[in-house]
Design a protein around this ligand. Structure first.
Ligand code: GLU
Length: 464
């Protein structure tokens, strides 16, 4: 059996959106699963709409998601000679012909067919005319008139189309440029692609492409057409519901591994397992378990998956991701971030949330901002006494450990016959500037360190 070769063939007319990224992931996984090759082709034949900027953005997204490709990147714009060579071959073999029908004439043919309740199509006027090249002439494929073109889609199952339904498609436009169907067939064949996985907006092109494979005497690859991703309203995915470029998810603070995991599960399943490492995905992926109905994008689920990844990482693994969301003037050392991350992990959904939650850790006692409402409510005169007393006891604590801090606070509460709340609120407010923050009191103090803890308790006492 020949080696599996899959491909991703984006048109650089926009950013890589999550739908395209998911299709690419399926193709990437299929190749990696079978120890095959995954090739990447930039379909930039539309010179008007294709830009290098979009190509770069697509490559950046592929890299961010960890989809490496094999061999050189292929640009369709550099392969016109190759395409034209095969078009000439088809002409020589009588499997293609020149056509001088004007677009207006072809429109009229289509309208006529529609009036007669037939499928609108080019009527084959020039099939047997034997005209040669000339200005404003296109090359058309001499498609079979009888029989059927059938294939078994890896996702949709058997598909069969009457050949009579398909017209003689254009292979070379009047400006000399090859059309999509011709270029894709030549590329997929010459790049030795064995499995074509792509969006199901292309499913109608496949029978035409199969006819071309046959005309060129080439093996037909297997095809799989991936259903769309819909928004929660079951309509086409809109920006509001997640139809964003992949890099927007990086900007929102998602982990690439989590985005990969989420996207693969959107249309593929393995029992009811939700979280998969990259290695597991590569080991388990199969096209048989790709679903044939559209998936619905669910931001809450993505958030959940992302938070699971955050929880599962070591603090050291999360430092640089979190740092990229901190204000530029923050000078915290890695070790300090590593210390606070365990407090953030159980609560944060994204890197951005981690950074936002940690803001109070990253300023010094003198400039920590206090929530005025909370100050008015919590910092009553009794609280002042408590803060002063605790400050003195912590200052005298040489150990400054979880155990010693707990002993100090518990001892204090017992002595004064107070409930934990009596110190919980004022101390948290003193340390964090607000009454809601991640982490237990002792953990907060340990992250801040003794000097900073004391400085904050003293500043708070002065505020009362
Ligand atoms: N370039 C096409 C697109 O971006 C994909 C073509 C294909 O996969 O065959 O929609």
């Amino acid at each position: 059996m020949s080696k599996t070769v899959t491909r991703f063939a984006p048109s650089p007319t926009g950013h890589l959106h999550i739908g395209g990224a998911r299709t690419a992931l399926f193709a990437w996984l299929l190749a990696r699963r079978n120890d095959g090759r995954f090739v990447l082709r930039i379909e930039d034949t539309d010179r008007q709409r294709s830009t290098q900027e979009y190509t770069d953005a697509i490559l950046e997204s592929m890299k961010w998601l960890g989809m490496d490709w094999d061999g050189e990147l292929v640009y369709q714009s550099e392969r016109f000679d190759l395409y034209n060579g095969y078009i000439d071959q088809l002409l020589d073999e009588g499997k293609a012909y020149w056509c001088d029908c004007t677009p207006e004439q072809v429109d009229a043919m289509r309208e006529k067919a529609m009036k007669e309740k037939r499928k609108p199509k080019y009527d084959g006027s020039c099939r047997e005319k034997n005209i040669g090249p000339g200005e404003n002439r296109v090359v058309r494929f001499k498609a079979p008139l009888e029989g059927r073109t059938s294939f078994t889609d890896m996702i949709k199952g058997p598909i069969s189309v009457e050949n009579a339904e398909m017209d003689d498609m254009i292979l070379r436009r009047s400006d000399g440029s090859p059309t999509y169907n011709l270029a894709v067939v030549v590329d997929d064949h010459t790049m030795e692609v064995t499995e074509v996985l792509r969006g199901d907006d292309h499913v109608n092109n496949t029978p035409r492409q199969i006819q071309l494979y046959k005309a060129l005497g080439w093996d037909v690859p297997r095809f799989g057409h991936v259903p769309m991703i819909l928004g929660p309203d079951k309509k086409k995915l809109s920006k509001r519901h997640g139809a964003l470029s992949v890099m927007e998810y990086q900007k929102m603070g998602y982990l690439p591994e989590a985005v990969v995991n989420y996207l693969v599960r959107l249309g593929w399943s393995h029992g009811d397992q939700e979280i998969f490492s990259r290695e597991e995905l590569v080991k388990l992926f199969n096209t048989e378990s790709l679903g044939n109905s559209p998936s619905v994008f669910d931001t809450k689920k993505l958030d959940w998956v992302n938070s699971e990844y955050i929880k599962a990482k070591t603090p050291a693994d999360l430092v640089s991701g979190m740092r990229s969301f901190l204000p530029e003037d923050v000078e915290a050392e890695d070790a300090y971030l590593e210390k606070m991350i365990p407090l953030l992990q159980p609560r944060a959904t994204t890197f951005k949330e981690m950074a936002d939650m940690a803001d109070f850790f990253l300023v010094s006692a003198e400039v920590l901002e206090y929530d005025e409402k909370a100050v008015a409510k919590v910092f009553k005169p009794e609280a002042l006494e408590i803060l002063k007393e605790l400050t003195a006891r912590i200052e005298a604590d040489a150990e400054f450990s979880h155990d010693s801090l707990e002993a100090i606070c518990k001892g204090f509460l017992e002595e004064k016959e107070l409930k934990f709340k009596a110190i919980g609120q004022p101390v948290r407010l003193a340390l964090c500037g607000r009454t809601q923050s991640p982490g237990g009191l002792y953990d907060l103090m340990l992250v801040l360190g003794k000097d900073e803890t004391l400085a904050r308790l003293k500043r708070a006492a002065a505020l009362v």
